[in-house]
Design a protein around this ligand. Structure first.
Ligand code: SAH
Ligand code: SF4
Ligand code: F3S
Length: 478
């Protein structure tokens, strides 16, 4: 093991190299592949931010990479398999070392947290592995790797009581992810996240408010998404709450839109529902994963709520904010789910009228309670049930989306694409839907502008609109 290095002490040499702890870092290219949820994508942003001072710039061309990072997800077996296959292919880049090119490869994130030793053993090309709670030490790990340390793993948990960070962003857009709570204490019976992300720990409201105010003032941020595996647990251990945090953020001048994800239905408080009614900046969208429409399955999932409770919460939220749009997650074929229980999920879809759902086949995760259950379901049954869920949702979604036609929505324009050979811009509404629209003229550059659009047509998967008003980079208020 090499001696500790002080990463605050970085010198830039005349040749453009950086000198750190006696080692020269020439300009190098880092390539990152991120899997999984928004928290992982945000961790990648943090990692890249730490690598800048060590002379790394990002590339999206694998073959140009001096340093390859895989930021992994373990939530379903498919995510694991994709990563193993991509990691396998990385040996071709590593082989360039024989031609004198110094190539390092690292695996981080949720698979690395629990499987680092096995990965390092199995994949010869892997230089090091790091877990989910050591992201901010990536600079030291990279230093160790270039100092000659081989095959090491850093997967320790931060033992301190508080969780204190400053948000790092480097994408130059007006949208930012802001971590407010890490970890998960829920231990739903099917889920690996509590094992890969550790115990819940919240930042303080004061720290987050200062952080966001700084992002708004100095980085041009107008929209924030507050992140956590269960943001409804935010602040519980220190007498604070998500509802309170939102009302504080609301006061920041220049911040236009506040989103949060993900919520657990058990913990959606009356206070939070009230905030959905009164907040001027909270988005008209709530992602509220239900997982199953059957209370008996929910019990086996250890989700803590019944379908009656879930539907009551939906009703209260919709009463507080009639414009709110709800989306959800569904797992098809939880162990021993009966045909009756599956039908209850189809029924729930009809009652809940979700705007969209993410739906998956149940995937057994090693170490979870559900993985120890005997299970009579076959892959075919699971597949069929998932298809039924998806087909019904598409049908229902068409009706939900049709209600948008004729209404006007304010969007933040995120980019453009070609649709049937015609350039169309696309913007995201406060309720999280994408609307495609034609510019007023071909030269018009609407990137990151606020635009009011009237919806002209909508299907289950696509929505078209026309410009009513272009505000520009700031919303014009009369
Ligand atoms: N914290 C969030 C979700 C985290 S994981 C929540 O509680 O809602 C994202 C989604 O992956 C979950 O909502 C669930 O639908 C799905 N998921 C998690 N574990 C799974 C498993 N073992 N098999 C299939 N889907 C799973
Ligand atoms: Fe997983 Fe449940 Fe925690 Fe969500 S709340 S991350 S599903 S254990
Ligand atoms: Fe996957 Fe880890 Fe997120 S398991 S879903 S990347 S918390």
């Amino acid at each position: 093991m090499t001696n500790e290095v002080n990463l605050q002490d970085i010198q830039t040499l005349d040749n453009g190299n950086k000198l750190v702890g006696g080692i020269e870092f020439p300009p190098r290219k880092v390539w990152v592949k991120t899997y999984g949820c928004q928290m992982n994508y945000h961790d990648t942003e943090r990692i890249l931010d730490h690598l800048g001072p060590l002379n790394f710039t990002q590339t999206d061309k694998k073959e140009d990479a001096d340093f390859m990072i895989f930021n992994t997800c373990a939530v379903r077996d498919l995510a694991n398999q994709k990563f193993y296959s991509h990691l396998g292919e990385s040996k071709h880049q590593k082989a360039k070392e024989k031609q004198g090119r110094d190539v390092k490869i690292a695996a981080g994130g949720c698979i690395a947290q629990t499987e680092s030793k096995e990965l390092l053993k199995k994949y010869k090309q892997l230089d090091f592995a790091f877990g989910t709670d050591v992201i901010d030490n990536i600079g030291e790990m990279v230093y160790r790797a270039y100092a000659g340390d081989k095959k090491f793993a850093v997967t320790s948990w931060d033992r301190s009581d508080n969780y204190s960070i400053q948000t790092k962003i480097n994408h130059g857009t007006p949208q930012a992810f802001v971590n407010i709570i890490k970890g998960c204490d829920k231990f739903c019976s099917y889920c690996i996240v509590p094992f890969t992300r550790g115990r819940e720990k919240s930042r303080s409201t004061a720290e987050i408010v200062n952080d966001v105010a700084r992002l708004v003032k100095y980085s041009g941020i107008q929209e924030v998404t507050l992140l956590g595996q269960n943001v409804n647990s935010f602040g519980k251990k220190n007498g604070e709450s998500l509802a309170g945090l939102i009302m504080e953020l609301e006061k920041i001048d220049g911040l236009e839109l506040i989103r949060y994800t993900t919520s657990h239905p058990y913990d959606i408080s009356d206070e939070l529902i009230e905030v959905h009614g009164k907040s001027k900046k909270l988005a008209n969208h709530l992602h509220l994963p239900v997982q199953s429409g059957s209370s008996t399955v929910l019990q086996r999932m250890l989700r803590e709520y019944s379908i009656e409770h879930y539907l009551e919460r939906l009703e209260s939220i919709r009463a507080a904010n009639p414009d709110i749009v709800i989306s959800s997650d569904i797992i098809a074929g939880f162990p021993n789910e009966t045909e009756e229980e599956h039908k209850e999920t189809l029924d729930l879809l009809r009652k809940a009228k979700f705007d969209f759902i993410y739906s998956y086949n149940y995937s057994s995760r090693p170490g979870t309670k559900a993985a120890r259950m005997d299970d009579v379901l076959t892959k075919d049954i699971r597949g069929r049930r998932l298809r039924e869920i998806q087909a019904l949702q598409l049908e229902l979604q068409e009706d939900v989306r049709k209600e948008m036609v004729g209404k006007t929505y304010r969007v933040l324009v995120e980019g453009f694409g070609m649709m049937k050979g015609i350039k169309k811009w696309k913007g995201r509404t406060s309720c999280h839907r994408i609307i495609h629209f034609l510019p007023e003229n071909e030269q018009q550059n609407l990137q990151w502008q606020w635009v009011d659009l009237k919806v002209t047509s909508a299907t289950a998967l696509s929505c078209q609109g026309e410009i009513i008003k272009v505000h520009g980079k700031k919303i014009i208020r009369q």
